[in-house]
Design a protein around this ligand. Structure first.
Ligand code: UDX
Ligand code: ADP
Length: 478
């Protein structure tokens, strides 16, 4: 079978960019991205603003949309005509019931599988793109088989996505590797070849790695667990640096020069965020517990615990430095997205820092160049804080200078480039004195800021004019 039509169920952070790049690189394939949400689809069809911000994405969508790329709410028709169907729906952590707070909630995957089973006719390749627990393909197959129409047949593949937000287009075009897992049967191998052919439109075949389904599913969880583990490892060392006078950037450089370790993902920070790392590790931990592997589960859980510790340590450092009280103090929080070049706030460390400071009575002035104001308020409202307190004590600003004016402290939570080139001389004169900067991303020139008169604190380095206290030192219990 030659794949001529593709349907992607789920027009989110994964489905949207993946199919846009695929449409760009495969003009001979018609790709329809479908979603339950009318709003999301109409945003994908708009020329002003896509539902997600990714550098370079709008240009690709505008080039392909209406040619071989379509966004639609007509899920049934798209399923019926497709040769290959990607399942690219959300798999959040369960919030109730068995596995609450850890297991992945597969209700959306199941919903998509049921829609396929009810509507598909003929032979289809069904591809799980969403990150799922190991053996999820088996569950999808059970649903498809149990509802099998007489004239339909399925082959299931696992094809996890490794794009990172903010660099999605680049990651998709120049992927390190494409992973395809399938059954060892002849039909399974045929399906792998057919999907490989799609990617070979732009990915060298040497970078297309094939394996069995379970290895593919586990590899995705493992890759995210390893990446997050590196961040927690360097963040753990950042606490040691603050207590000893070592500089975590120097340590990261020194260890990163070892070719076995490598320099990437060693940037100490306020903590990692995003929709994947925490969710996938929790999922891995849950799987290990279910497999009666408590030691393995505890090992990976520690990566999450260290991240929580780091976020709390940073927030407590702000409070301790501001004379142990932020009640009634004005604090500017710059950056709310979980990293730069995205408007995504899922699991953003900024949420943790903001709620911590608000709980202590601070007044927050928040600015992020890409996050919608309503989204910031929604994130804060999902915390345990009283919504009235949020209404009273939070102001969202449309530029950094207005957010910072007349504040006691400036806290950087996201590494947006524009924060590096702000006029800090002007900012210093506009702030209350002593003026504090807490650089949670290590992006600023700390020596220069100190010369301007700022009290500066950052991660993994004790600065000259530091108050001599290491973050959350002796009295902090994680
Ligand atoms: C991640 C994986 O990188 C990607 O392969 C997978 O498909 C999805 O999950 P993403 O969450 O979009 O991608 O962004 P990533 O660049 O990995 O950053 C995650 C978090 O770690 C961010 O909050 C980032 O600021 C933080 N981070 C990253 C650090 O704190 N230090 C680093 O050195 C790198
Ligand atoms: P991800 O980051 O994994 O792409 P998102 O939450 O950004 O996750 O996107 C997932 C999308 O999948 C959402 O837009 C949601 O509306 C959509 N979705 C969930 N279930 C279904 C379904 N059964 N059919 C169509 N779309 C679905």
């Amino acid at each position: 079978m030659v794949i001529k039509k593709i349907c992607c169920i789920g027009a989110g952070y994964v489905g949207g960019p993946t199919c846009s790049v695929m449409a760009l690189k495969c003009p001979d394939i018609e790709i329809t991205v479908v979603d339950l949400s009318k709003e999301r689809i109409s945003q994908w069809n708009s020329n002003d603003k896509l539902p997600i911000y990714e550098p370079g994405l709008m240009e690709i969508v505008q080039k392909c949309r209406g040619r071989n790329l379509f966004f639609s709410n007509d899920i049934v028709s798209a399923i019926k005509k497709a040769d290959l169907i990607f399942i690219s729906v959300n798999t959040p952590t369960k919030t109730f019931g068995l596995g609450k707070g850890r297991a992945a909630d597969l209700k959306y995957v199941e919903g998509a599988a049921r829609m396929i089973a009810e509507n598909a006719e003929g032979s289809k390749i069904v591809v799980e793109k969403s990150t799922v627990p190991v053996k999820a393909a088996e569950s999808i197959m059970s649903i498809l088989k149990a509802n099998n129409k007489p004239n339909s047949s399925y082959r299931i593949l696992s094809n996890p996505e490794f794009l990172a937000e903010g660099t999605a287009v680049e990651d998709l075009i120049n992927a390190d590797r494409v992973l395809i897992g399938g059954e060892e049967s002849a039909e399974g191998q045929d399906a792998i070849r057919e999907l490989s052919w799609v990617y070979e439109h732009w990915i060298p075949s040497s970078k297309i790695v094939t394996m069995n389904t379970w290895s593919s599913e586990l590899s995705k969880l493992a890759a995210n667990a390893f990446l997050a583990q590196r961040i927690s490892s360097i963040n753990a060392l950042s606490a040691v640096c603050e207590s000893t006078g070592a500089d975590v950037s120097e340590v990261a450089r020194a260890i990163g020069l070892d070719s076995r370790i490598g320099p990437k993902f060693l940037q100490a920070s306020v903590g990692f965020g995003g929709s994947c790392f925490q969710k996938d590790i929790l999922n891995l931990v849950y799987i290990c517990e279910c497999l009666n592997l408590p030691h393995v589960a505890a090992y990976w859980q520690q990566v999450i615990d260290m991240n929580e510790y780091q976020k709390t340590r940073f927030a407590e450092k702000v409070i301790a430095s501001l004379f142990n009280t932020v009640t009634g103090k004005q604090i500017a929080l710059l950056g709310f997205a979980f990293k730069k070049n995205t408007g995504d706030t899922r699991e953003s460390p900024a949420i943790h820092v903001a709620t911590h400071l608000l709980a202590e009575g601070a007044h927050l002035h928040i600015y992020d160049p890409k996050v919608e104001h309503s989204q910031i308020i929604d994130e804060l409202n999902s915390s345990t804080l009283d919504p009235d307190k949020i209404k009273r004590n939070v102001i969202i600003h449309t530029d950094a200078y207005s957010a910072i004016k007349n504040t006691h402290a400036l806290v950087i939570c996201t590494e947006w480039d524009e924060f590096v080139s702000l006029d800090y001389e002007k900012i210093h004169s506009d702030m209350m004195k002593p003026a504090y900067i807490f650089d949670g991303r290590k992006i600023l020139d700390h020596d220069y800021l100190q010369k301007l008169g700022f009290q500066v604190q950052t991660i993994g380095k004790r600065l000259n004019r530091d108050l001599g206290r290491s973050w959350g030192s002796q009295n902090h219990q994680s």
